[in-house]
Design a binder for this molecule. Structure first.
Ligand code: S3P
Ligand code: PEP
Length: 472
């Protein structure tokens, strides 16, 4: 199998047809939608759920089984890191359709190792409090761009908990800590305004702290609340009840984390570009396995996408977005004014739709996206403007004016959601060339194939069969 120059050596996709590109793959030409869509898509498991369940399984009192977990670069990094800390993680046959299930047997946490975080926020923010429970030194580092992501709150939290941390004072990777085999816990105040993951990381490990943890967020704003709710829900499913006596305060008891068998829901944030396609190309896209109740922030797509004039309905276990007739854009597609502080990871897809709208949009509440895989506000503005758009950066978001767009090279900045945002625009704008589609392997290695299937004319398949039949 050929592997993208951008896919990192430690990650090998399960799907042979995912990252099939040469040594120098060159840019990927985003397919243009030639007609209204009528497609059903099934997506692999949620990154956020898979990596939480992996961490909790490693901290649990007995074995766990994750059914239909995500297999992607971010989850591969989490698995390798937990194995390095002593956890036993085995692949077992599963029928999720996107790779094996995972059986996790917790073991004594061991230091004397180093953890490669790649560009995964969940690895760099969730594992330091876990490593503090190990005995011995643990070093953390990641991709070059990971060294630009905010980590100061993690380092300061650990120090606040009495953990010995060595860093260069820049508040970023790399750093190392020296675990003594236990963390006392108690009371801690942190500023989590740069990322909800600072809170989630502490809550996940806190039941193993000797005194549990009372955590207080002292910063002005707190993004991505649904992700914190997800953390609390995954703990509850394992018997740990987290209380929140007031907004921004969480009380985690010292408690046993139970081993469980759990089905991982499909990744609803990764559904965003596929559902957006129905708005940009017209027609319908349905995503199967859509949960009736979930803590995933992608659930909000059901109310967000209709703001662009689409309709959202449920059909059995699917969410269906109907974007209407024909290829849309311009006057037919209204701009939106949305505060996305709840779900910043949906912003690149929403901004991509807005860039094709016929009236202005404002997407706010997402200042913390400057610390995501890349500075997403700067990157989205630069790339859309590079196609002829008029996007201005605000302190906490983007203002988008309608402009006709033309095809050009679209830079991904090693950011999976930048790559998929370019693909959304490319459905309506001929000649959008994504420089690194392989970066989608961070959370969805199958993206290039699923996206090509999305726009493929269903008649093509029939034609192929007919031709083959004739040749026979
Ligand atoms: O806890 C999680 O799984 C995540 C929390 C959010 O992080 P931020 O609060 O830093 O945006 C989200 O954007 C990220 O993709 C995943
Ligand atoms: C911000 C994201 O990822 P991470 O988990 O690396 O923070 C994301 O997936 O949009």
């Amino acid at each position: 199998m050929l592997v993208s120059k951008y896919s990192k050596p430690e990650f090998s996709p399960y799907d042979d047809d995912t990252l099939v590109v040469g040594d120098d793959p060159g840019p990927w030409r985003a397919p243009v939608a030639q007609r209204a869509l009528a497609t059903s898509v099934r997506l692999p498991g949620s990154k956020s759920l898979t990596n939480r369940e992996l961490v909790l399984s490693a901290l649990a009192s007995g074995p766990s089984l994750l059914r239909a977990p995500l297999h992607s670069r971010d989850t591969a990094l989490m698995i390798e890191a937990l194995r390095a800390l002593g956890t036993i993680i085995e692949e077992v046959p599963g029928d999720g359709g996107f790779g094996p299930d995972l059986r996790i047997t917790p073991a004594e946490l061991l230091g004397g190792t180093s953890i490669e975080c790649g560009l995964a926020g969940t690895v760099m923010r969730f594992l330091p409090p876990v490593a503090a429970l190990a005995l011995g030194p643990v070093a953390f580092d990641g991709d070059e761009s990971a060294r630009r992501r905010p980590m100061r709150t993690t380092v300061e939290s650990l120090r606040g908990l009495g953990v010995d941390v060595n860093d260069d004072g820049r508040g970023s990777l790399p750093f190392s800590l020296y675990g003594t085999g236990s963390v006392a816990g108690g009371e801690l105040s942190i500023d989590a305004s740069a990322s909800s993951q600072f809170v989630s990381g502490l809550l996940l490990a806190a039941p193993r702290f000797t005194e549990g943890l009372t955590l207080r967020h002292t910063g002005e704003s707190l993004p991505s609340m649904p992700h914190i709710e997800m953390t609390i829900a995954t703990l509850a499913a394992r018997g740990v009840v987290v209380e929140s006596p007031e907004p921004g305060v969480w009380v985690v008891p010292s408690a046993e984390i139970r081993g469980i068998e759990v089905d991982i829901e499909p990744d609803l944030s990764n559904a965003a570009p596929f559902l957006a396609a129905a708005i940009v190309a017209g027609g319908t896209v349905s995503i199967g396995g859509w949960p009736w109740s979930t803590t995933q922030v992608g659930a909000h797509l059901e109310t967000l996408l209709p703001l662009f004039g689409a309709t959202a309905t449920r059909d059995g276990d699917s969410l269906v977005i109907d974007g209407g007739d024909g290829v849309r854009g311009g006057a037919e597609l209204p701009g939106v004014d949305i505060d996305l502080s709840l779900g910043g990871e949906l912003a690149p897809a929403i901004v991509a739709i807005a860039a094709l709208a016929g009236s202005p949009s404002r997407i706010t509440g997402i200042g913390h996206l400057r610390g995501h895989e890349t500075d997403r506000l700067a990157a989205l503005a630069a790339e859309i403007n590079g196609l002829g758009g008029a996007v201005a950066e605000l302190d906490d978001g983007l203002a988008i004016e309608p402009r006709p767009l033309t095809g050009a090279l679209w830079h991904s900045y090693e950011d999976h959601r930048m790559a998929t945002a370019g693909a959304i625009i490319g459905l309506a704008v001929d000649g959008v060339l994504i420089d690194d589609i392989g970066t989608t392997a961070k959370t969805l290695p199958q993206f290039p194939r699923l996206w090509s299937d999305l726009v493929r004319d269903p008649d093509e398949i029939v034609t192929t069969v007919t031709t083959d039949t004739l040749l026979l």
